[in-house]
Design a protein around this ligand. Structure first.
Ligand SMILES: Cc1ncc(COP(=O)(O)O)c(C=O)c1O
Length: 382
């Protein structure tokens, strides 16, 4: 695996005056923003260079996507995961959240319900209702400190009136990378109950444990290939979320056409910068992403050692993502998020993900910033 230590993940980059959602939340306050899931790293130099070239052109009209570029995505799945994808299975969408809604709308009828993990990225909870469907939560398990859908419980679930299951792999928050065996059991359940699974794989390229491997859901079986929608993007891994570009892999012609029909009049073309950034990431981003994962692994290990030495905090081990999931229930705080904000550390409330015992901390930042956050946390709890 090629890595390069010369990328400057240690650099502190001032993000004020860039309309940053993450940093403007605490504008003029001495609070380190470790909440929303973008990192404080500059994107890969190859991406920045490709964007600069495009900007120099000066004309930024509508983007046309084509088969040749779709093949870049297909080749990526083959190279990275050994998974066969065909160019015409790819549908470009400005964002994954939009695709969750499009999938629910195109796949299910009015009276049908949507299965979704009980503890997960909030839009997997809210898009069913926003699409006129009822969300039906699937129990999680924290066994062996891996947060994931409780598959034993799932296998006992009645799936009457359920056509769609939303799924997040790697799991955010918690960072579990589902194993092939786990995916096979979920797929077997879906096949038995004629369910189409929508797999949000936005964090797929941020794998911290070297012995873990992301498996695209379509790689699991012939049923999964024909009855799933896999959602991917370079946005999290390469820190280009603001450029609004993602793709859906839909092998089944009919499902793909119905998904596209839902886009009509609602979803516009993807923007040219997002498209260029994504294609560059997939063709030339490997060395950079490997280096970032090395950096994140060290950040994770540092944070884990520090936080777990503090009485009342328990950070769960995580296999993927830059989002630590920290159990603060022992502290018995009325409002844990507000408590740490007052200490100068801005975290995401576990309530947003449906588990108020936890806080989420984004460690995708320079080490010195993380060290300062740990210092503040220790001081607040001393
Ligand atoms: C699991 C997951 N899905 C989707 C998104 C957002 O995707 P997009 O910005 O492409 O809509 C995020 C952002 O944090 C996420 O963590």
């Amino acid at each position: 695996m090629q890595t390069n230590d010369s990328y400057s993940f240690d650099a502190i980059i001032n993000r004020h005056k860039t309309n940053s959602l993450k940093w403007d939340k605490y504008k003029h306050q001495d609070i380190l923003p470790l909440w929303v899931a973008d990192t404080d790293f500059k994107t890969a130099p190859v991406i920045q260079k490709a964007l600069e070239e495009r900007i120099k052109h000066g004309i930024f009209g509508y983007t046309r996507t084509d088969q040749q570029r779709n093949q870049v995505v297909a080749d990526y799945y083959q190279k990275k995961y050994g998974c066969h994808v065909e160019a015409d299975w790819i549908v470009w969408v400005p964002g994954i959240v939009a695709s969750l809604s499009l999938a629910i709308r195109s796949l299910s009828k009015q009276h049908q319900q949507v299965f979704t993990p009980d503890m997960v990225y909030p839009y997997l909870h809210t898009t069913p209702a926003a699409s006129g469907k009822q969300a039906n939560h699937l129990a999680m398990t924290y066994a062996e400190d891996r947060v994931r859908i409780d598959i034993n419980a799932l296998e006992k679930r009645n799936a009457k009136d359920v056509r769609v299951m939303l799924f997040c792999n790697p799991q955010n928050p918690g960072g579990a990378v589902y194993t092939r065996e786990e995916l096979q059991r979920i797929d077997a359940y879906c096949e038995t109950h004629n369910i189409v699974l929508v797999s949000d794989e936005i964090h797929a390229d941020i794998i911290l444990d070297k012995d873990k491997k992301h498996i695209p859901y379509i790689d699991i079986s012939a049923y999964a290939l024909n009855n799933s929608i896999v959602l991917g993007a370079a946005s999290k891994a390469f820190n280009v979320a603001g450029l609004a570009c993602s793709w859906a892999v839909i092998a089944n012609d009919q499902l793909r056409q119905e998904f596209k029909n839902e886009m009509h009049g609602i979803i516009s073309e993807i923007n040219p910068f997002g498209y260029i950034a994504t294609l560059t990431a997939l063709t030339d981003g490997d060395e950079w992403i490997n280096s970032m994962n090395d950096y994140l692994r060290d950040n994770r290990d540092f944070l884990m050692a520090q936080l777990n030495a503090i009485k009342g905090l328990r950070m769960l081990p995580l296999e993927s993502t830059f989002l630590a999931w920290i159990d603060v229930s022992e502290l018995k705080l009325e409002d844990p998020c507000a408590f740490f904000e007052a200490a100068g550390v801005g975290l995401s409330s576990g309530k947003d993900f449906n588990d108020a015992n936890f806080l989420r901390l984004n460690f995708g930042c320079p080490r010195s910033m993380l060290e300062e956050a740990v210092k503040r946390i220790k001081k607040a709890l001393a």
